[in-house]
Ligand binder design. Structure first.
Ligand code: BG6
Length: 489
């Protein structure tokens, strides 16, 4: 197995993401021998840190997140810090000198990853300057990794995209959606396309509806300033949730190549039925957490959080009903919900199959429960299949049972974290699990009328108690279709 070689430049290296996710991921990649000795990491930030301070921070981050931490000194010796001013050209020239030097020390063959993990207002400036000051002109490859948010609506995303495209080609740009790095999100494709049992039924003849839930227990924490301008729609729905829908609904790709997979996902997003501003309240529910209780702890409401407007109208919960107007999915609702301060941390997909044509086991007004395929993404990973079997002793009566494949197919305890997989993919030049510009733009086109309608007050903001599963309006939306949310695990 050949090790990819690269210098990884992290903009925002003193920040939270670098500390919580990126450093431990790189460490894992080295420990798991996915990358060898030919790598260096350059931390770039405004703070005037020394190499030692930076290495100390890296080593801290690894010790906090990983219990076993061997060879740490050797590992952190690959890390270098460069104090930096994003708007100053000479900062870039100095950085370039450092990268050239490290390239020869670590034999990284001129390969460079520029990872933007910082305030999005600088994404465009940095990308342009990297090219202008010659940092992308090496004998190896240069790639740009870019964290969300990718704009806050279609026009701002287009502007940002034009800026970065002045410096990087589409195939050099790796837009991160960390949900695409999750083991069970990557498993959607395999469950669908490697099983004779599911794919023939995966359409509007046999599926009644599909539900995607991503609920969090945490509130807005210390991110009030960001979240006030984002809300659940932009923070979770536009990216993570729509990406899962695309994977669930896409046609089988001809091959598993980046272009083929992405183009099938794009087709799903193109087939999403647009919701006009006036229809938004028929298809979407927005909610905001009020005070409440969870595990005997009293929790404050969203408007009492730090850096949040006392009269904030920002949604911390969104539920939507999506329709995909194509041959496979016509008439099948995709119900999506995500929110903060809910009863459980869970990301789960439920595929509800249609009832059988004639029900021999109908009793006392109760239908036989439908077959459900549940894909558990987190915290537990696995799939369960709800079937009906004979009720013990009672002839002519049935009961639901669950075939539970949780944990059974894990290869080991060390399933790599999303960021680890994505970083490795980027080093190998595999962009399949990153979002293409067409996906980003179509997602914003779908989402913009919804946030516009909300901004104009066209739908009420429903309060829900912290620690609950969201506002009752969301349940009512499904009830109106004769459906219900299935409980999360
Ligand atoms: C991020 C959002 O993209 O995803 C956060 O900005 C959210 O608000 C997080 O908490 C959820 O990710 P995960 O992996 O914990 O489900």
């Amino acid at each position: 197995q050949e090790h990819p070689k690269s210098v990884i430049v992290i903009f925002g290296a003193t920040g939270d993401l670098a500390k919580r996710k990126l450093f431990p991921s790189i460490y894992h990649l080295v420990q798991n021998e996915k990358i060898g000795k030919e790598f260096a990491v350059v931390g770039v930030g405004r703070r005037p840190w020394t190499n030692d301070e930076f290495r100390h921070n890296v080593s801290d981050s690894i010790q906090t997140s990983i219990k076993e931490s061997k060879d740490l000194d050797d590992f952190t010796s690959h890390f270098h810090y460069h104090p930096f001013d994003v708007t100053n050209p000479s900062s870039y020239l100095e950085l370039n000198d450092l990268l050239t030097k490290l390239d020869s020390t670590y034999q990284t063959e001129g390969n460079r990853i520029f990872y933007l993990a910082m305030a999005p207002e600088f994404f465009g400036t940095i990308a342009k300057n990297l090219k202008k000051e010659g940092l992308t002109a090496t004998k190896g490859w240069s790639r740009l990794v870019i964290e969300k948010p990718f704009g806050h609506d279609l026009p701002s995303a287009q502007t940002l995209n034009q800026e970065i495209r002045e410096a990087f080609n589409e195939d050099q740009i790796y837009r991160i959606d960390h949900y695409l790095g999750k083991e069970m999100v990557q498993n959607i494709e395999v469950i669908r396309f490697a099983n004779a049992l599911f794919e023939p039924l995966w359409n509007n003849r046999y599926i009644s509806n599909i539900q995607v839930t991503s609920s969090e227990v945490l509130g807005v924490e210390d991110r009030g300033r960001y979240y006030e301008n984002s809300g659940a729609l932009r923070d979770m729905f536009q990216n993570h949730m729509l990406q899962m829908v695309a994977l669930l609904a896409m046609e089988p790709p001809i091959k598993l190549t980046t272009d083929e997979v992405r183009s099938e996902k794009v087709k799903v997003l193109r087939a999403l039925r647009a919701v006009s501003e006036d229809e938004v309240s028929d298809y979407f529910v927005r909610g905001q957490y009020a005070s409440g209780q969870l595990d005997n702890k009293q929790l404050i409401g969203y408007t009492e959080e730090n850096n949040v407007d006392k009269k904030s109208q920002t949604e911390t919960y969104v539920a939507g009903k999506l329709l995909i107007d194509n041959f496979r999915w016509a008439g099948v609702p995709f119900y999506i919900r995500t929110g903060k301060r809910m009863a459980a941390k869970s990301t789960q997909i439920v595929v509800q199959f249609k009832d059988i044509p004639m029900n021999l086991y109908y009793k006392k007004g109760e239908n036989v429960p439908p077959n459900l395929l549940v894909i558990n993404i987190q915290p537990d990973e696995g799939i369960t299949l709800q079937l009906n079997v004979k009720k013990d002793g009672d002839a002519g009566d049935s009961k639901p049972v669950k075939l539970d494949l949780s944990n059974n197919f894990q290869d080991g305890i060390n399933t790599p974290e999303a960021y680890e997989k994505l970083l490795y993919d980027c080093m190998r030049g595999d962009a399949t699990n990153f979002t293409h510009w067409d996906e980003v733009s179509l997602s914003w086109s779908f989402v913009d009328p919804i946030s516009d309608a909300w901004k104009k007050g066209k739908a009420a903001l429903a309060a829900y108690p912290s620690g609950s599963m969201g506002p009752k309006e969301s349940d009512e939306m499904l009830e109106a279709d004769g459906n219900q949310w299935w409980p999360v695990n």
